[in-house]
Structures are given as C-alpha cells and as structure tokens.
Design a protein around this ligand. Structure first.
Ligand code: UD1
Ligand code: MG
Length: 470
C-alpha cells in the first residue's frame, strides 16, 4: 500500500559533471535569460509548497555552494554531497539519511531543466497524491527523442519501465514519449527500491529511472503525467541546448508581453527580456534591448533601441530610455535617459528628469525636474529639484590616496556651468550658481555665485601685431 502523504519534500539533482557543456563552470550555474539554471528550477519548487529542498552536489560543489549562499531559494534547503557520481539513483541515495523520519511525497527533479513551471510540478504532485501512487513520473512527447530516456508501455498502455537512450534497442529508440526526469515518490517506501538498484547498464550507473520498473514489478501503483509542453521539461546538456532553452523562454516571454500585457516589442529577434521583467501597458521596446532580472518598467515608455537594463531596477511611466545602460537603479516617470547614458548602482532619478548623452550617474539621488544633459559624471551625489547641471560637470568623488568616496550635495534650483568640477565633500547651496570652468573646493552658500578660475585678460591688438611680425 502507498504511504499516507504527510509531508512534501523535494530533491534537486545537481552533482553531475555536465561533460557535454565543455565548461569550467558547473552546468547548473550557466544562465538562461539572466538566471542560473538551478535558480530557475528552485524558483519553480518555491511555489509548490514543498517544505524542504535537498540539493545534491558533486562536481564543482564549491562553486555551486558559494552561489547558493549568495542566491538561496525561498524554501528551506540543505546540501548533500555525492562523491563519486554514480548516477541519478545513487544521487538520491545520498539524501536517504537526511530523510529519516520523513514520510510523504518526495518530489525529485533534475537541476538542469530550467523551463519547468510550478504549475506542472503541482499537477504531478496532485496526480501522485490523488492516485495514491507509489511512483509518479512526468513525460512528454517529442519529435526528436535524442538522448532522453524512453517511456516503455505495455499493450494496454500501462507504463512498464524507462529505458535510457544508451541502453535502448532500435524499436525502443523510436518511442517518442520521453522521461522528463521529474518524479514523485512515496517515501519511505521508495527507499526499498533505491536499495535494490543495480548498475548493470551501458553507463554502469545507478539509474533513478529504474525505480519505475521496480514499482511495476512489485505491483505498486505507478502514475504517469504527460505534459503537452515539451519545452518545459527540456534538459540542458550542451551549449546548443542552452541557447535553444534561451530562445524558447524568450519566445514565451515575448508572447506574454504581447498578448497579455499589451507591450509592443518591435523586433522580437533582437530583444531579450527575462520572464521576471514586468512591463506596463503601451510601452514599446525598440530593437536590440537586453532586459534581465528584477526589472519593472512602467506604461507608455519607449525603451531602446539598444537599451541594456539589469535589475533590480524600476522605471516609471512615460519614460524614454534610448541606447543606454541602466543597472540596479531607479528612474521616475516622464524622464528621458540617453542616448548613451549609464545609470548604475543605486542611481535614484526623480520624475521629469533628463539624463542626456555621455552622462554617468552612480549612487546618487537626482531630484524632480533636474537636468544633467551632457557629458557629466555624477557619483555619490545628492542633487535637489529643478537644478541644472551644465555640460561637462564632474563630481570629483574619489580620493585616490585615502581610497575614500566623498559626497557632493547640490541644492534645489542650483546650477553648475559647463566644465565645472565639484571636489567632494562639498555643498552647493540651493539657488546657487557655479560659473563655467570653476573648480569648487569649498561650500557655496545658498543663492550665491561661485567663480573659481583665472580672470580673463584681453590683450587688444595682440594677434594683429603677431601677424605683422611674421
Ligand atoms: C536523465 C534521465 C533520462 C531523462 C533525462 C531528462 C537518468 C538515468 N536519466 O538523463 O531518463 O530523459 O534526464 O533530462 O536519470 N546527476 C547527479 N548525479 C549523478 C548523475 C546525474 O546529481 O551521478 C544529476 C545531474 O547533475 C543532472 C541530473 O542529475 O542535473 C540528470 O543527469 P544527466 O546526466 O543530465 O542525465 P540525462 O542523461 O540528461
Ligand atoms: Mg540531463
């Protein structure tokens, strides 16, 4: 009899070498639309209600561990080591001790299926628990079953076992129904099956897939869910499959933006937008945009051409970002950014602000209706509202000797003339004016003029006399 389902846990298998990637980087850390493959799998698990995720690591363990410390899943997780890597069944065995005392549904997925959705996972869990199955598997029908495991069914259509591509005979190789490498097991019942796995196959590995044949042999209830969306369960084993997965996900995102969100993407072939990105209605994305991570763009915006935006970033309504780079920053509504601007690392730009060409803004706040229109560097600064920062204004924020960054504060309605340098720490008061070419080294009081440049002298007739002596 199947167990009573009292809990839900998941195992993610991520110990394999990923030999076919030909990479120094562990396979699961390669990215699909800006997010590591393993994070995409963990994100899907986060929404299924599993209480705990056991992650099995082996190859490149230190790198994956460090990555997970910096990017943990929402769900509680623990790491388990598989050394050496003797197959997917062997990988699950490494978690058996940690599962002592647990009884319920054990969801197992491969760490290399980044397009997986929590909806499909939940469907598998529901089917497994609803059918009171001992083993449930997810399969799909594909045109090219290439190196996937094939689902073998008897004449009545019941699943009998899974055969790996490398072990399949010619007729088995023709089976279009393939194993997604996503299963539910009733635990601790499945532990018996794990103990009985053998490695008498072409790869000399302990295959997790053999648990299906084991359950059928023991007349335990096995259920199979066929998903019509083969794209969701595609596993990444090579860089070619990685680029295909990027392309598949990109198409899904663009379809959702177009059909559900009311967003125009002018050239879908040249723009890459991650599924995390939220875009408001009637925004247009012009060709050549790369928008990745936790990014929210308002409605009626015009983004691109050639805008690169990395999250976490927020962009307000009616804002234009043209040929610019915006990284981890905020831009208000009705702004104009670019062409060729660079906002980075907590640039916080208010509403109706213009950040023009060749302007870099780093870790600075810029108030509403302020313009920084040409050729400036604004770093570690706070600029009030209605200010005008003249072409070529530089905040000299970095002291190379002390290695310290200092702040520049510019008050409301202040203005700086072209080519002024503000040597931080320094305050320019509200309504103050800095004359063009001034090097500001001391605070400027409110409403005053700061001029710090050699006084101009005109030598009348000088050039004429020069010409005469030639
Ligand atoms: C596996 C399945 C296959 C299925 C395919 C779907 C087995 C035996 N085969 O094949 O039926 O169609 O996935 O994508 O399960 N891993 C470990 N330890 C190991 C070996 C693998 O943790 O010793 C991990 C890998 O890191 C990977 C996952 O298990 O995330 C699957 O391994 P992989 O080598 O990619 O198996 P496939 O050949 O794709
Ligand atoms: Mg695989």
């Amino acid at each position: 009899m199947a167990e009573k389902y009292t809990g839900k846990r998941a195992i993610v298998l991520a110990a394999g070498l990923g030999k076919r990637m030909k990479s120094q980087r562990p396979k699961v850390l390669h990215e699909v639309l800006g997010k590591a493959i393993i994070t995409r799998v963990l994100d899907a698990l986060d929404d299924t209600g599993v209480e705990h995720i056991h992650i099995v690591l082996g190859h490149g363990r230190a790198q994956v561990e460090e990555f997970l410390q910096a990017n943990p899943p929402k769900t509680k997780y623990s790491l388990h080591v598989q050394e050496p890597q003797l197959g997917t069944g062997h990988a699950v065995m490494q978690v058996a001790d940690a599962l002592a005392g647990f009884s319920g549904t054990l969801l197992v997925c491969a760490g290399d299926t980044p397009l997986l959705s929590s909806i499909t996972l939940s469907r598998l869990i529901d089917e497994h628990e609803g059918q009171k199955a001992s083993v449930s598997l997810l399969s799909t029908i594909v045109d090219d079953p290439k190196n996937y495991g094939r689902i073998v069914r008897d004449t009545t259509g019941r699943v009998t076992h899974i055969v790996e591509d490398k072990d399949a005979n010619e007729s088995e190789k023709k089976i279009p129904e393939v194993n997604a490498s996503i299963y539910c097991f009733s635990w601790p019942q499945a532990a018996d099956g794990l103990g009985q796995l053998k490695n008498d196959n072409r790869q000399k590995e302990y295959y997790l897939t053999d648990l299906v044949g084991w359950a059928v042999g023991k007349r335990l209830p096995v259920s199979a869910v066929i998903t019509s969306d083969w794209q969701e369960v595609c596993g990444i084993n090579s860089r070619l499959e990685l680029s295909e997965a990027n392309e598949l996900l990109k198409k899904k995102v663009l379809k959702k933006l177009a059909l559900e969100d009311g967003v125009t993407v002018l050239d879908p072939a040249s723009s890459w937008i991650a599924p995390e990105v939220k875009v408001g209605q009637d925004t247009t994305i012009l060709p050549g945009c790369l928008i990745m991570g936790d990014v929210t763009i308002g409605s009626n915006c015009l983004i691109g051409p050639n805008a690169v935006i990395h999250g976490p970033t927020r962009i307000g309504n009616d804002t234009k970002v043209s040929q610019s780079l915006v990284v981890r920053s905020q831009v208000g509504a009705n702004c104009q950014v670019g062409p060729f601007a660079h906002l980075r690392d907590n640039a916080e730009v208010g509403d109706s602000v213009r950040i023009g060409n060749f302007v870099e803004v780093k870790k600075s706040e810029i108030g509403n209706q302020t313009n920084v229109s040409h050729l400036s560097y604004i770093g570690d600064a706070e600029i009030g509202t209605g200010a005008n920062i003249g072409a070529g204004t530089i905040t000299a924020n970095y002291d190379h000797i002390t290695k310290r960054k200092e702040r520049t504060i510019i008050g409301n309605n202040a203005s700086t003339g072209s080519n002024s340098v503000l040597v931080a720490p320094v305050n320019v008061g509200s309504g103050a004016v800095v004359a063009a070419g001034t090097v500001v080294t001391k605070d400027v009081p409110n409403d005053s003029l700061a001029v710090g440049r050699a006084r101009q002298e005109n030598k009348e007739g000088w050039s004429q006399s020069k010409r005469r002596t030639k």
